[in-house]
Design a protein around this ligand. Sequence first.
Ligand code: PMP
Length: 406
Amino acid sequence: TLTTDWEAIRNQFPVLKREIKGNPLVYLDNGASSQMPQRVIDRINDYHSNEHANVHRGIHTLSQEGTDAFEAARTKVKDFINARHLEEIIYTTGTTDSINLVANSYGRKHFREGDEIILSAMEHHANIVPWQMVAEETGAKIKVIPMTDEGELVMEEFHNLLSDRTKMVGVLHVSNALGTVNPVEEIIEAAHAKDIPVLIDGAQAVPHAVVDVQKLDADFYAFSAHKMCGPTGFGILYGKKELLEDMPPYRGGGDMIDKVTFEKTTWNDLPHKFEAGTPPIAAGVGFAETIDFLNEVGMENIAAREQELLDYATEELRKIDGLKIVGTAKNKASVISFLLEGIHPTDAGTILDQKGIAVRTGHHCAQPIMDHFNIPGTARASISFYNNKEDIDRLVEGIKYVKEFF
Ligand code: PMP
């Protein structure tokens, strides 16, 4: 990381120059959405100004240019996560959409009464609710891998849960509420030994580490552009070709068909079979630019930088009396959730905002985690590579101010 000029990189993010309530913004809500560098914003504006047209349908120049720019994102994503085939990259509107696709398409086809879906105790609601909905319809049941008070999965229990009834395992790679990095390699290997497919929710992993889907051998891998310096409204489902080919479409409409008559419709090939209707073109074009940007900064650099900032923040927050870190797993990325003795997280977040410090408060769409700890929620600082030590120092000062305030 010695050669990386992090201040120059930070300067590429215009929103970070903002003032909030008279203070320079300290943006520590990257787990919810991270910011876009100028070049991504420019690329999206340029698309809107000069290239906007619908894709995949037109023979006119604009449509062809738009299609090329939009499809370029697919190749970039394929290389970015090292997928084997281009058709394995399905465009969605985000992680939630990706997981709903698999739950509805794969789940409705394969789940039967008495089958089991294994999820973990620290899942985001996006990797719970779609499975629940399909389970209710099909008669399948959900089993939960428990976690410890440190926020680590009890792997022994996971191995015990795997059985002939298991038809799917769904686990998040990195917890958005606790920061835990889960041993997904071990989970995938154990599930595959019993021929069970695994979906990994990578929403909080792809922005912070090198992810190689072939090395992981994940069957499905889901993530969102807006958590990795890209625009909202765009996401990816990676799926192994053999599995995707065997799955029925999830939504019907234009683009996903081969031949339509009122008697029968046949499906388009992968990946278009799963991409009904006009896609989020501008966001996809912007995401292609985002990936170029991330590749230039380097994901290994990003991971190292964020780990350094996380370690620093953890050390500094630990020094604050009455502050408790929720989620103390050995292997963590980007996230520090914390509680202040006698102060509701929402109140802490409100006072921090007065100082220009953006953190998230609440249950972080992971209510079962909060139930585990018997708390209403936490305050969460989530770090990106464009943060710096000064941001962490401002957070520490802010927390001290919150304590004095109450
Ligand atoms: N899973 C995890 C772990 C997340 O952090 C999030 C976003 N908070 C999601 C899923 C859902 O992502 P999206 O809202 O972009 O669909």
